[in-house]
Design a protein around this ligand. Sequence first.
Ligand SMILES: [Zn+2]
Length: 353
Amino acid sequence: MSLKPRYHFAALEGSNYERLPYRNHIVLQENAQHVGRFIALANVGNINKRKYLYAFTIVPMNSMDPAELVKQPLDVTENPFRKSGKEGSKSMQSRVEVEDEAAPQFFFDLSKQQGKKRYSGGRDGPHTQKKQPRKAPQATGPCWFCLASPEVEKHLVVSIGTDCYVALAKGGLVSDHIMILPIGHYQSVVDLSSDVMEEVNQYKTALMKYFRSKGKRFVVFERNYRSQHLQLQVVPVPQNCCATEDLKETFIIQAQEQQIELLEIPEHSDIKQIVQPGTPYFYVELDNGEKLFHRIKKNFPLQFGREVLASEAILNIPTRADWRECKSTKEEEATWAKAFRESFEPFDFSPKD
Ligand SMILES: [Zn+2]
């Protein structure tokens, strides 16, 4: 507690555990200080395949920007060593305990400001090395989804916010299958800055209200695998066709059939806590906020989310599972987009011109 290390590594228990970062100062009584991180690693080559290697780069404290150094990550907790001390109020204690309990076994370094893990493999390379949150990054090559790029199909766009936009999905499962996309070139939700993420959530809420007014619930899914630009697919499902529980069940069952392990993510945790940028994954979010997550290793069926939704158990339109089979003319698409834009308008918070 008095040393206040930024990192505390331990190996004596022979297991891998990464605690949420904790504060080294008392809020409202002391100036903000750097947070502490506790990381325990398993024995080298252990048979349980527990993590035993932790690679990261660390910027020495004295060469860091002081403001950057004391930045508190979103998931910071109180200091666990201070629990029994006089400052450790009841509420503080219970909060720490609750968070410890809720912490799944896979916690990663959330703060990109301090020592970062080096991404050691995979196709995406070490793009966690950048220090500052990027502002509307641009694609290096042509991109179908960067709003500024000439490739984007403008007639499908239905709403444009500050950092995100909403567009009709090309070859959508249903005529109001839409997508939330960042305006800048971000690969996945994990890469989004908090501002962009906030607007994504704003759109989700607006769309949920909109679909409810139409007697529908929605399923949101993202496949961060073989895609360059984040597309959050939002597919409405009639409320009288499936309860949220049934939707969840269907996803789990159909995943099992394909040997895909879908994990339920603890409530109030988000994808950022589970994967670091560059990791391929698939996740589904239901309208009650529940999320199912799969870390993609290899050969993930690209149409999986659509297949499940198109299946007999849900929308029962199996022939539309593959978007390439869902051809329509540009005129039809423009008509659907216009219709959507008009009926979504009362729910749309984006600035109108
Ligand atoms: Zn892009």
